[in-house]
Design a protein around this ligand. Sequence first.
Ligand code: SF4
Length: 482
Amino acid sequence: MNYKYDDKEYMKNFIDGNKINYLIKNSNEPDLKELTDILEKSFSVCDALSIEEASKLMAVKSRDKWELIFSYAEKIKKKVYDNRIVVFAPLYASNICVNNCLYCGFRSQNKEAVRRTLSMEEIKKEAEVLAGEIGHKRLIFVVGEHPRTGAEYIAGALRTIYSVKVEKKNRINNIRRVNINAAPMSVGDLKIIKEAGIGTYQVFQETYDKNLYLKLHPQNTPKSDFEYRLYSHHRAFEAGIDDVAIGALFGLGDWRFEVLGLVCHAKELEKVFGVGPHTVSFPRLEKASNSAYDGVKILDEDFKKIVALLRVSIPYSGLIVTCREKPETIRSVIPFCTQRDASTKIGIGAYSERYSEQALKKQQFELGDTRSLEEIIGELADMGYITSFCTAGYRCARTGDHIMKMLKSGRESKFCKLNAVLTFKEWIEDFAGPDIKKKCEKLIMKEIKEILSEDQRFSIDMKKMFFSYYQKIAEGERDLCF
Ligand code: SF4
């Protein structure tokens, strides 16, 4: 069968590089009235801003105006997703790769990299540790680009991970959602992984600046095809996957270009499919073992601006900050974010096996935050955020245009709140040590009080159902959600 977005004919570059460069150079700093109007529009309508509007925000120089942008970024996050932070863990399953991206430790010409691909049995062991010992419910499964780790391998891994059930305290712990970060695929291959139960399909463009892209991804590799990568999500939609994630690797070039590129990408998906990206990622380039491109340094203060700009410019999308960043950097942007990873290990097989110092140095990049899930949950609680293990959206068919409408209207936030409390309660019962338990229980009580006092968002029936679920979870039932 022929599919539209498998055909190069339909892959026109929708990133207008000249226009983006023009806007970066020529946008003037908005006065307070214009700035407030743009921010207020983002907050009230929750549609993606135009790149003209986003570039005006970028042109802001005064400290006070940046503080205003930060405060709106925080308000928007709270309106759309409430005060919860969803946690997940990455599962790196293979570092064989046919590409030779100059900035990456896994690139094919890095002869020092120790190559490995996990078998299904090894993937199972990783999932057992993640679900049974740490308490994760959501993973992102990561592989490089190689014929041995194509769609069939990924589909097998999905089935393997979903089959893992670990018994603890007479309760079953399992991974309920697996997102995929993998190479661009054909529509046919994407159908195979959809069938196996993919959550979100995540492909990062790395850089939206085509000239830079072509320099960093050598000609004789599959990844050198800028447009094929740019249309990864189009093909996913065509395959029936309506939950997609975009991202750029900040530090390859000018960060302003990447922010506007991401806005263009979100708007293109909205225009063609009526659905923007579920999440946006903004990893910052980290020193990789034996890489051939060091990139451009992104200062911490600019990183905070990047995250706030993305929050305001694409208000309905989740934003993911990762353990690449140091704890203090994560703390500075977490008010704008919706997801983070925790207890992360990026070595292949690193959750279930002991990893030597030397092997750690040969990972794809170096981690900034190596704290345990429990430590991170404690810190989030101190900051007033509830950790959520919710995986309900995808399993309750709240994806695609359905979830877009819910997010833009602020209606999804009530589900976020209820499911955060329910899944957090599960984690406390099953995994929390005595020290953290008290702190978590206190936070849950505060959340329940809020639910009780908010009549507008929660109907009486919803509150009744919530309390019945909460009670059942306390008694040992699992996986009850809205
Ligand atoms: S960035 Fe990805 S595609 Fe490029 S060499 Fe590394 S693993 Fe392969």
